[in-house]
Design a protein around this ligand. Sequence first.
Ligand SMILES: [Zn+2]
Length: 106
Amino acid sequence: MSVTFPEYVQVGAHKYKVIFPYVFREDKGLYGQIDYAINEIRINGVDSNGIKLPDTVLVTTFFHELFHAISNVFTNRECNNERDIEAFAQGLAQVFCSAQLPDVTE
Ligand SMILES: [Zn+2]
């Protein structure tokens, strides 16, 4: 599997720029981050030792940050704890990684 991310994702009125790979200078252990102030989703490409992250980690990290954005808009952050966000991210990643879903982007 080779991972490519969309350049932008729309959540509610907000259009987030997806930055991959993002270099986290202050905390190299971060896999991902969302910045609501400037509408960015940042995905790290390597772990804190500089080793490339597996594709499945990249995908779940992307969905994790995306669910933060979705929660922010559609649940008024009622469903924004890390455990629930990660559960949704893992579940959706499983579906996308295992199913032959139709490409609806064209
Ligand atoms: Zn999180």
